[in-house]
Design a protein around this ligand. Structure first.
Ligand SMILES: *[C@@H]1O[C@H](CO)[C@@H](O)[C@H](O)[C@H]1NC(C)=O
Ligand SMILES: *[C@@H]1O[C@H](CO)[C@@H](O)[C@H](O)[C@H]1NC(C)=O
Ligand SMILES: *[C@@H]1O[C@H](CO)[C@@H](O)[C@H](O)[C@H]1NC(C)=O
Ligand SMILES: *[C@@H]1O[C@H](CO)[C@@H](O)[C@H](O)[C@H]1NC(C)=O
Ligand SMILES: *[C@@H]1O[C@H](CO)[C@@H](O)[C@H](O)[C@H]1NC(C)=O
Length: 376
């Protein structure tokens, strides 16, 4: 028994070494990802690299006409500084750059994916950028394919991207770049009501990791009711992490590639009735938060709680936490809900978790809790 365990540990350590050297992704290594938004002005040297395995530089997006990246004189040193700092850290992390994001929207990607020459231009340019700036891989963040045709084209894009990545690796003798994507919380149920499903077979065969965005279920777009934006369970709807992850598993995507998303931010409302403050209670507006979006980072929630002596309530039904102070309500994840979600993801046999985003944590407390809970 002990000997068998030791062998497994040794195999994993070897795999870890291999991963650092060759950036392959043996499936026994848990993924502890984190997005690094360029605009958050986090200094790469301040990243506590022992808490993560993969770090995604967000975002870099190609030119809207040529579909090729044009890295200018201000950007280039930022990218080089990021990869060299993170790779020189102890331990080094796997670095990827993420393409797109919520602000980019869907139209650009829809055009890109629809035509084989634009796909080829994008693919070649992405490989060049990764190699030139020292990234280990590329992450596609198309939010979101809107039609069955978009989904079909996404499947072609991933097939062609994988083929080129393998070809480049063979030609240069270097380990192949990693290909990952950030995807909607569900594989086939979309809240806008439009029917479509991700091309699960292409996703499974071409991507190394699939970052499932298990958040943004409720927010400022519905000011009339409070909500758990990253509910693990929802007794009254399919808008939950348990449903979403289940849909990805049912779609046939290997669990060893699925990575659960965790938000390092919360969403706020202004309550209609002071004192009536559960999840799903009446509200009249968004609460405090960046530029009217009702978004507070976890670090800001911690400050909000202190400054307002907020009441903090754990909601068992949704596995979420909220704080209430006067009229203001904020729903978010804390150490306790993150621990419960990690237990859920491990039990489901998933590969790991990722956070959006690194600047939201409060003194790395949530990242530390999560990392301790998911060891080899
Ligand atoms: C990255 O930039 C910082 C701040 O400008 C600088 O101190 C550091 O030396 C740079 N690191 C590398 C590896 O270029
Ligand atoms: C495909 O994209 C190329 C290059 O962007 C463009 O020249 C061509 O007209 C496009 N073809 C179609 C059918 O849209
Ligand atoms: C807001 O959410 C509530 C509860 O889920 C729902 O009944 C209502 O229709 C939503 N309103 C809008 C405008 O989406
Ligand atoms: C949840 O999704 C399932 C299919 O996966 C569907 O049968 C069921 O009606 C959905 N429930 C709700 C409340 O939308
Ligand atoms: C804040 O929101 C306003 C209105 O939506 C927008 O015009 C402005 O660009 C936003 N500011 C920032 C810094 O994003």
């Amino acid at each position: 028994m002990a000997a068998a365990r030791k062998r497994i540990v040794v195999a994993c350590v070897c795999a870890a070494l291999l991963m650092t050297l060759a950036v392959s992704s043996p499936s026994c290594i848990p993924v502890k990802g984190v997005y690094f938004p360029e605009w958050s002005n986090v200094d790469p040297s301040s990243v506590e690299t022992k808490l993560y395995t993969h770090i995604f530089y967000a975002f870099v997006t190609p030119h809207s006409d040529t579909f090729q990246f044009q890295i200018d004189q201000t950007r280039a040193p930022l990218l080089l500084n990021f990869t060299s700092t993170i790779h020189a850290a102890n331990p080094p992390l796997i670095t990827l750059f993420s393409v797109g994001g919520a602000a980019e929207g869907t139209a650009f990607f829809s055009r890109l994916a629809s035509n084989s020459s634009s796909r080829a231009a994008f693919i070649h340019s992405s490989i060049q950028v990764a190699r030139k700036f020292g990234f280990d891989g590329v992450d596609l963040d198309w939010e979101f394919p809107e039609t069955p045709t978009d989904m079909e084209n996404l499947g072609y894009l991933l097939d062609e991207w994988r083929a080129e990545v393998q070809k480049e690796a063979a030609a240069t003798g270097r380990p192949p770049l990693l290909l990952t994507a950030a995807v909607y919380y569900s594989a086939d149920t979309f809240l806008d009501g439009m029917a479509r499903a991700y091309p699960a077979a292409s996703v499974s065969r071409n991507l190394d990791l699939i970052n499932v965005m298990n958040y943004d279920y409720h927010g400022a777009w519905n000011k009339s009711v409070t909500g758990a934006q990253a509910a693990l369970f929802d007794p009254s709807s399919n808008l939950s992490t348990s449903y979403g992850l289940g849909s990805w598993v049912r779609a046939g995507v290997p669990r060893s590639k699925l990575v659960m998303g965790l938000p390092l931010y919360g969403r706020t409302w202004k309550l209609r009735d002071r004192g009536v403050h559960g999840v799903g209670m009446a509200a009249v507006d968004v609460g405090p938060g960046w530029n009217g979006t009702g978004v507070l980072t976890y670090a800001e929630v911690v400050e909000f709680n202190k400054a307002n002596k907020a009441k903090v309530v754990y909601d068992v039904a949704t596995v979420s936490v909220y704080s209430v102070a006067g009229d203001y309500w904020v729903g978010y994840d804390d150490k306790k809900t993150v621990a419960a979600k990690i237990g859920y993801a491990k039990a489901l046999g998933l590969r790991g978790y990722f956070f959006w985003a690194i600047n939201g944590d409060y003194k790395s407390t949530i990242s530390k809790t999560a990392s301790k809970l998911w060891r080899l």
